[in-house]
Design a protein around this ligand. Structure first.
Ligand code: 173
Length: 317
């Protein structure tokens, strides 16, 4: 009898412990073969190993599971719990999503200067999301081309974009076409586009070096890729699971210095693959970068005057 009671008590205790373990479903807006995603899958494996009984992440997949530009809405509405994405992919949820590319302060600085709280206030209000951590930064975007240009003028050229590059490339005279990363290769194979915007890194992940002749230097902006979570799911987590997830997300963010060296090696790798650089004289280069910044902020503030200005205070230097 006594033993039976003990067993029953044990069963209840373990049942309760199991009930405390939370399962979180995550999708990636970037293709699964991209290095970003592999790095995130490594992070998930670590979470799952160390988080038994607390929190487990179930990686659902990349854009084949949920298309790139739908991931934001899926997180907002709770179709999935977590997304691995850049803000440019969910401007359909809120225009502010693309502003973080204008960050001159680092994620670490934004955790200290009120930026992280502000981002979370906006993301909660407008996208029903918790912004957990930024895991790609210190990474400029570039214009890649198949045709040589001698000044920053894209008149008559068709360029692949996302919202990151739209306003700048249009201001340079380009005609633009938005495609998810997974579709760029095919578009270029069909000769649809003369060039595209993309970060300094991760070009080889998708085999674009085969279709790329030039990179325009310097780069501009600062790529932002992050882990976001449905706010209701986030709030529903037991305190232990939430603390654990936040700690792990922060630890992932704190590895961002990695991108500085990685980006140098990626630039070298591009040169070795025969991608030539196009650069302008100092004054033209300076004007190009300044124009990117000016056009970026103007178009950030236009749809969201209040939050745009507030974000500028914590993002700009
Ligand atoms: O070019 C893109 O697809 C894009 O917007 C982006 C943003 C951040 C990192 C990588 C790509």
């Amino acid at each position: 009898m006594k033993q039976g009671l003990l067993l029953a008590a044990f069963a209840i205790a373990t049942g309760a412990a199991q009930a405390q373990e939370v399962m979180v479903r995550l999708v990636s807006a970037f293709p699964e073969n991209q290095f970003y995603v592999k790095r995130t899958i490594d992070w998930i494996e670590k979470i799952n190993k160390e988080g038994k009984g607390t929190l487990q992440i179930n990686f659902i997949g990349g854009p084949k599971a949920i298309p790139t530009f739908e991931v934001g809405n899926a997180v907002k509405t709770g179709v999935v719990d977590m997304g691995f994405s850049t803000g440019a992919f969910y401007t359909n949820v809120m225009p502010e999503a693309d502003i973080l590319k204008l960050s001159e302060t680092s994620a670490a600085e934004q955790r200290k200067n009120g930026g992280y709280e502000l981002i979370n206030r906006i993301w909660a209000e407008k996208a029903n999301m918790r912004y957990l951590a930024k895991v790609v930064e210190f990474t400029p975007f570039h214009l890649y081309l198949n045709k040589k240009i001698d000044k920053p003028d894209l008149t008559g050229l068709k360029i692949r974009i996302t919202p990151v590059y739209r306003d700048l490339f249009q201001a340079m005279g380009a005609s633009v076409m938005t495609t998810a990363p997974g579709e760029v290769y095919t578009a270029r194979e069909r000769g649809v586009s003369y060039g595209y915007g993309w970060p300094i890194h991760a070009l080889f992940d998708l085999n674009w070096q085969e279709k790329t002749k030039y990179r325009v230097d310097p780069g501009f902006y600062n790529a932002e890729v992050s882990l976001v979570m449905n706010l209701d799911k986030y709030k529903s987590l037991p305190a232990k699971a939430r603390d654990y997830l936040e700690r792990q997300a922060l630890a992932y963010e704190q590895q961002n210095d990695f991108w500085k060296t990685y980006n140098q090696s990626e630039a070298k790798r591009q040169a070795e693959a025969g991608i030539q650089t196009i650069s302008f004289d100092a004054a033209t280069s300076k004007a190009y970068v300044e124009k990117a910044k000016e056009v970026g902020w103007a178009n950030a503030i236009k749809p969201s005057p209040q939050y745009g200005e507030q974000l500028r205070k914590v993002l700009a230097k």
